[in-house]
Design a protein around this ligand. Structure first.
Ligand code: SAM
Length: 313
C-alpha cells in the first residue's frame, strides 16, 4: 500500500555538486549556513586524552569540532554522541541509520569510523548541508582505511520505503521536539515534525518508532536523543512520552543516559534573569532501545518494562 508520507529520494554527491553550482549557502530556521564545498581538514577525531563514556551521565562542554563538525546547525548533536554509539554498538562495515540527520553529524562520524550509513531529512537544504559536511577526504591519509558507503535521502522518517526490513545495525537519531525549534520556519514544510502540536507530534513519532523497528535487525540498537520542555512554568516530559512510544512499537529499553546540556540556544534559554521559581532544564535523555531477537525475548523483558500492565501483580 502506498504511504501517505513522502517517499525517499536519493540525493547523490553529483546532485550536491549541481546544487552548489548556484548556491553558496542555505537558510535553516533563521541561520544562514555556508556551504563550504570542499574541506581541507586535518583533525579527524576527539583530543587524544578523550576516552569513551562509561556511565549513564554524558557531558561534553567542548562539543567537538573535529573533521567538518561546525556546531552551527540548529539542534545539532555533539559528534561525541554518535561516536560513542557507533563504537559501542557496531563493527566496521555495518550499517548506521540517522533518519533525521540534519547537518549529517552521524554520517560524518560513520565515515570516519568506517561504517556504512544512510541519512534522511525532510528538508532538502539540510540534505545538502549534510552532503557538504561529507565532502572531505580521509582515506588518503590512513593506510588500511576502507571507504564506507554513505547514502543520503530527501525523505520522511515515517516512510523509509527504500530501506529493507531488518537491514540496519544501528539507528542513532535526534528528532525535533514538538513546537520548540522549527527547522523550516521560512518554508513551512508541512511534513516537518517540529511544526506539530504536542499530541499530534506524539502520534507521528509513533510512525517513526514503527519504521525504526521495521528496518532494524533483531537484537540491534536504536538510540534517540530527546529533551523536555516547560509550559506555564511546569515541566512537560516529552522524553518519557517518546520513550513509551518506542516501547509500544516493540522495543525494549537498555539504557536511559542523561546528557548534560551546555549550549542551550533553544527557547529554553529565554529565561535570562538570575532567579526563577523553577529550575532551568539542563539535561536531555539518550534512550538506548534494543529490538528483541524473538517474541519470547520481548515477553521476558516486557514484565520489567511495563510491570504495571502485568495482571499477576
Ligand atoms: C534535531 S535536528 C537533527 C540534527 C542532527 N543530529 C545534526 O547533528 O545536525 C532534527 C532534524 O529532523 C528533521 N525532520 C523534521 N521532521 C522530519 C521528518 N518527518 N522526517 C525526517 N526528518 C525530519 C529536521 O529537518 C531536522 O534537520
Amino acid at each position: 500500500m502506498k504511504s501517505k508520507y513522502r517517499e525517499m529520494k536519493e540525493i547523490t554527491h553529483e546532485d550536491y555538486l549541481e546544487f552548489v553550482k548556484s548556491k553558496d549557502s542555505v537558510i535553516i530556521e533563521n541561520t544562514e549556513i555556508k556551504l563550504q564545498k570542499k574541506w581541507n581538514t586535518k583533525s579527524f577525531g576527539p583530543p587524544e586524552d578523550y576516552s569513551l563514556e562509561r556511565t549513564t551521565i554524558w557531558s561534553f562542554p567542548n562539543r567537538g569540532k573535529w573533521a567538518t563538525h561546525k556546531g552551527n546547525y540548529r539542534g545539532n548533536w555533539s559528534p561525541y554522541i554518535p561516536r560513542n554509539l557507533i563504537l559501542k554498538y557496531t563493527k566496521k562495515g555495518e550499517w548506521v541509520l540517522d533518519q533525521m540527520m540534519g547537518s549529517g553529524t552521524t554520517l560524518v562520524e560513520a565515515k570516519l569510523l568506517e561504517r556504512n550509513a544512510i541519512g534522511v531529512d525532510i528538508n532538502l537544504d539540510a540534505v545538502m548541508v549534510a552532503r557538504d559536511r561529507l565532502n572531505f577526504s580521509y582515506n588518503l591519509l590512513f593506510s588500511g582505511y576502507k571507504e564506507p558507503i554513505i547514502k543520503t535521502f530527501w525523505g520522511d522518517a515515517r516512510n523509509l520505503n527504500k530501506i529493507a526490513d531488518e537491514s540496519i545495525d544501528l539507528i542513532a537519531t535526534h528528532p525535533p521536539y514538538a513546537n520548540i525549534i522549527s527547522y523550516t520556519k521560512n518554508k513551512k514544510l508541512s511534513d516537518d515534525l517540529s511544526q506539530l502540536p504536542f499530541e499530534d507530534y506524539l502520534q507521528e513519532m509513533k510512525k517513526v518508532a514503527e519504521e525504526s523497528f521495521r528496518v532494524l535487525k533483531p537484537g540491534k540498537i536504536c538510540a534517540i536523543l530527546i529533551g523536555d520542555t516547560r509550559k506555564h512554568k511546569h515541566y512537560i516530559p516529552i522524553s518519557y512520552r517518546i520513550m513509551e512510544t518506542f516501547l509500544d512499537a516493540g522495543f525494549i529499553l537498555k539504557e536511559d543516559i542523561i546528557k548534560i546540556q551546555w549550549n542551550m540556544k533553544t527557547t529554553r534559554e529565554r529565561w535570562k534573569a538570575k532567579e526563577y521559581e523553577f529550575y532551568l532544564i539542563a539535561h536531555e535523555h539518550i534512550f538506548i532501545f534494543r529490538k528483541p531477537r524473538t517474541e519470547k525475548e520481548y515477553k521476558k523483558y516486557k514484565f520489567s518494562i511495563k510491570w504495571w500492565e502485568n495482571d499477576k501483580i
